[in-house]
Structures are given as C-alpha cells and as structure tokens.
Design a binder for this molecule. Structure first.
Ligand code: FES
Length: 115
C-alpha cells in the first residue's frame, strides 16, 4: 500500500510504500534532510517537526525517545527513525549553512542599496 507524505515548506509530496522512513521518503521527493550517520540515529541532524497532529506516522521508538530527550513534546522527530503509515505532513528546517548564506546575502543587498 502506498501512502502520501508532504514536506514543508516546499510543499512537495510523494507516494511511498507504507513503512518507509521519512528520511527515505524525503530523498525520493528530492527534499534534502541533513544526515551524517545515514539513518543510524547517531548524528541527530535529521530532526523534522510535525506542524499538525500526523496520525500517519509511527509512534516514537525507545531509541528515538532517548535521543530526543524531551524534544518530541514540541513535535520534533528523527526522520531516520520515523516511518510513514498514512497521510503525513512534516516540516524540514532550513539548512543552517544555507540560512547563514541567505542572511549574509540579504545584508549585502541592504548595504548595496545604501550606496
Ligand atoms: S540520520 Fe543521523 S540521527 Fe537520523
């Protein structure tokens, strides 16, 4: 059975087989999620948030709960540990390096307007 998952803020959706991890679904959708451990729940770089109550996702497993240490209460999940079993929406935070570059470019554009 295929299920749909949507990634915000891009709004890209993809159909994946039920039980696919959010990380693998993001790769199929072409939505980059940072990772260093490639899905072994070691790097904690694949954090995503659930903007809505997403009943289509697997419950937290013990490993994920231990790693998140309370962050799950704010809707944070590890994309590599969370599986999709029904319609789901997840929000992918902006890459911090890309955000830094974007801010620097905005500052530069503001400075250019002054001259
Ligand atoms: S990919 Fe490293 S913790 Fe999820």
């Amino acid at each position: 059975m295929n299920v749909e998952i949507t990634f915000l803020p891009s709004g890209r959706s993809v159909l994946v087989r039920a039980g696919t991890t959010v990380l693998d679904a993001s790769r199929k959708a072409g939505v980059p999620i940072r990772t260093r451990c490639d899905g072994k729940a070691a790097c904690l770089m694949c954090k995503v948030t659930m903007p809505h109550t997403s009943s289509g996702l697997s419950p937290l497993n013990d490993n994920e709960r231990r790693k998140l240490a309370g962050l799950e209460r704010s809707g944070t999940r590890l994309a590599c540990q969370t599986r999709v079993f029904g319609r789901a929406v997840v929000e992918v935070p902006e890459d911090p390096y890309r955000a830094a570059v974007r801010k620097q470019m905005m500052r530069q554009a503001e400075d250019d307007e002054l001259w």
